[in-house]
Design a protein around this ligand. Structure first.
Ligand SMILES: [Ca+2]
Ligand SMILES: [Ca+2]
Length: 218
């Protein structure tokens, strides 16, 4: 009887080892398959979603394109019309200062409360895409490099001859910007009549076709 018991015990043990022998490879296959699916999923996510950086990256160069500037209906202080002689709207012009230097000055937009600028006219866009002119020389925007704690100042005026009427100056920290369109609004004060500024920020390192698309996107 004792021999029988031992043999039966041995058989059970052997049976257990056989099961382990089957289960361990199965478990390994399952883990490997899970890992593969996980990696495939991560890769697919990377392909599908290019997470747009929420802020600008220190050390990179960007184009700053002022797309729109809207002024309040009266000059700073809120009482005096922009052009008293003929009652016309302001002739809006601005410049952009970075690190104590004016790095961009715009064209004037005449008799309007909303000035809108294009970074690249459509004929220049065509010429750039054909390689006939280079983009850097054609794009109507400031180029800045992002550092910690840097800011830009946009100074706006109504261009009159002679002289001009200040509309105010907006100081913006670069950490407030994100890639794409950035809208800033301002209250009227004794020194400010700027109501709204829209600045488009484009990564200068984008491939040229994407850069052109971004610069000409409405
Ligand atoms: Ca004026
Ligand atoms: Ca005018």
């Amino acid at each position: 009887m004792k021999t029988m018991q031992t043999r039966s015990h041995n058989i059970k043990m052997r049976g257990g080892r056989v099961w382990l022998g089957v289960l361990i490879p199965l478990a390994l296959v399952a883990i490997a398959a899970g890992l593969f699916l996980y990696i495939a999923d991560v890769q697919r996510d990377d392909d599908d979603v290019q997470p747009e950086p929420k802020t600008l990256q220190v050390g990179k160069d960007y184009y700053l394109m002022v797309r729109t500037i809207e002024l309040y209906p009266k000059r700073p202080g809120g009482e005096t019309a922009w052009d008293r002689v003929d009652g016309s709207g302001p002739d809006i012009q601005f410049n952009l200062t970075w690190q104590g230097n004016v790095v961009f000055e715009s064209q004037q937009k005449g008799d309007t409360l909303i000035g809108a600028w294009d970074a690249l006219s459509l004929d220049v866009k065509a010429a750039v895409l054909k390689g006939k002119v280079d983009l850097a020389g054609s794009i109507d925007a400031a180029i800045i490099s992002v550092e910690e704690d840097t800011e830009v100042t946009i100074e706006v005026w109504d261009n009159d001859l002679p002289g001009s009427d200040s509309a105010g100056a907006a100081i913006m920290k670069l950490e407030q910007f994100k890639p794409g369109d950035n809208t800033f609004t301002f209250d009227p004060t004794e020194k400010n009549a700027i109501k709204r500024i829209v600045v488009r920020v484009i990564d200068k390192a984008l491939p040229i076709t994407e850069l052109v698309e971004e610069a000409t996107r409405p």
